[in-house]
Design a protein around this ligand. Structure first.
Ligand code: HEM
Length: 510
């Protein structure tokens, strides 16, 4: 009995000591923020797991109350000041930045480049793949992106014929996945040719609360990851489908590994698997992880951006008219595919894409980094400063910093014209992150957004109910308001308000 009492006493003392340490003795104690956030990671877990991806807005509120630097968890700091981007996401040579643990923990391992924590290993892994995503190599992909646009417009035609109402996320995700899949492996059935646009695959990447469970309860994820495939499939259907996806990637990677080198087949994985990097780095399990991330990161993000852009073009006639005027000039024959060099020079098209990326970043997570070798100094605009000790996880979040009034006037307004008035504000935002871990697919994303936007809106205009006869093929928003595109929650990808179906349209041929 005595020993149970002693045990309980020690237990309480231990937690009191931990609380005193976090609140008063920790080197982060001087960084402002609510006490509860400094005390425990369960505060974040509550808002992210129970309330569903809501910590992002709690952090925004903390910034309103406590200023541009706040402590969001016992060992985690968040900054919301554009001036800090260059320091945190530096590209300076010999300066190391590692990935922290608080987000993107759902992969169960760090064999792929994206979740790799160590700076040098990450650099080596990125070097193997990065050249495939250079501007020059992405330009070589344009004929394939154009073919995919052709497939997409064909599907639109068929839906118009059937009079169906469609959720645009479905064909957009299919189109972006077809592009990356063909570039990565050069094979596989196209999603756009499947009747349901491969809905099963996209259901598995709607991970929602799972992404936060993986951060706060990593042991639970480890158990799920180590379950025999049959058991996992029976217990959690989406995990089962995910395992099937990984199994199919394994077959594809092994097939490529065992194929003869063929100069005609220049896909990412054909080249990597026949290159001279170490066998360990070329192992099937690592390649499968890498392929999985390319397929997911390459499809969902760009499609989500295109979906929001579609809403704004269809809901605001001024935006549509300005865009169409540019497209009519650049693509005089609507049956021709857009010329990428011409699209680069269309100011309104590019401003529209930029504004969509700024206000609706399709990667919503806190982009955590840590500086292992140096203390970081945050300088307040009024000259005060605070030192963040080396090894502390520090994050910034695109959807918060992209709406900084220090960068943009009326930042919550969707106004593409702001880039025409001030071209310097192009490419400022944190949507693709910055520095050595910036989005690898940024050139591909811009190319797809330009080509798909130009192709869709050179052909389709908004439906006008006042006209007896429309002047061409149309898209009509169906039960969709701005509330259906706003970011409601952070699930690494944006979560829509409960019950929303996203952007839905009725397609008409004329
Ligand atoms: C609008 C579209 C996109 C957005 C907003 C976006 C956003 C991001 C962000 C914010 C990161 C950094 C994540 C972090 O470090 O926490 C990232 C990384 C990455 N993205 Fe994208 N992405 C987009 C499209 C693409 C595409 C088309 C691909 C092509 C396959 C791609 C592949 C990757 C990869 C491989 C990484 C990891 C880079 C590294 O760790 O070095 N993304 N992306």
């Amino acid at each position: 009995m005595l020993s149970a009492g002693l045990f309980l006493g020690l237990f309480v003392l231990y937690w009191v000591w931990i609380a005193i340490y976090h609140l008063y003795l920790s080197p982060l104690a001087k960084i402002p923020g609510p006490k509860i956030a400094a005390l425990t990671t369960w505060y974040c877990a509550y808002h992210d797991i129970i309330r569903g991806g809501q910590y992002i807005w709690v952090v925004e509120e903390m910034h309103r109350k406590y200023g541009p630097i706040v402590r969001t968890m016992p060992g985690v700091v968040h900054v919301n000041d554009p001036a800090f981007i260059e320091k945190l996401y530096t590209l300076a040579p010999n300066v190391r930045r590692e990935r922290g643990w608080p987000v993107l923990n759902m992969f169960g391992n760090d064999k792929a480049m994206l979740p790799t924590r160590d700076h040098d290993l990450h650099r080596r892994r990125r070097a193997v793949i990065s050249r495939y995503f250079s501007q020059q190599n992405v330009r070589r992909l344009v004929p394939f992106i154009n073919d995919t646009l052709g497939d997409l417009l064909e599907r639109f035609d068929k839906w118009a014929e059937a009079g169906d109402i469609i959720k645009v996320s479905m064909p957009y995700r299919a189109a972006t996945k077809d592009v990356i899949q063909s570039y990565a492996f050069g094979e596989g059935e196209k999603c756009l040719s499947m009747p349901d646009c491969n809905a099963n695959f996209f259901a598995i990447i709607e991970t929602n609360r799972l992404v936060h469970i993986s951060v706060h309860l990593p042991a639970m994820m480890a158990v799920v990851n180590n379950l025999p495939a049959q058991v996992a499939k029976a217990l959690i259907p989406t995990v089962g489908t995910f395992i099937q996806f990984l199994e199919s990637l394994t077959v594809t990677i092994e097939g490529i590994r065992n194929s003869k080198e063929d100069p005609e087949r220049r896909t990412i994985f054909h080249e990597i698997l026949h290159s001279d990097i170490s066998d360990q780095e070329k192992s099937t399990s690592r390649m499968v992880d890498e392929a999985m991330i390319l397929a997911i990161a390459g499809a969902d993000t760009t499609a989500a951006t295109l979906e929001v852009l579609t809403y704004h073009v269809l809901s605001d006639r001024k935006i549509f008219k300005r865009l169409r005027a540019e497209l009519d000039q650049a693509i005089p024959d609507p049956t021709q595919f857009p010329d990428p060099a011409k699209l680069d020079n269309l100011p309104f098209l590019n401003a529209l894409i930029e504004e969509t990326l700024r206000l609706y970043p399709s990667a919503t997570h806190r982009q955590d980094r840590l500086a292992p070798d140096e203390d970081l100094v945050y300088e307040y605009p009024d000259g005060r400063s605070v030192t963040i000790p080396r090894g502390t996880v520090v994050g910034m979040t695109a959807i918060l910093v992209n709406r900084s009034p220090l960068w943009y006037e009326n930042p919550d307004e969707f106004r593409p014209e702001r880039y025409l008035e001030n071209p310097k504000s192009f490419k400022r935002m944190l949507t693709f992150s910055k520095g050595a871990r910036q989005c690898l697919g940024i050139n591909l994303a811009y190319q797809e957004l330009q080509t798909f936007t130009a192709g869709i809106f050179r052909k389709y205009g908004p439906y006008d109910p006042k006209l007896k006869e429309q002047s061409g093929p149309t898209l009509e928003l169906y039960e969709t308001t701005v509330e259906d595109v706003k970011t409601h929650a952070d699930y690494v990808t944006p979560g829509l308000r409960p019950g929303s179906k996203g952007v839905q349209v009725r397609i008409r041929r004329g």
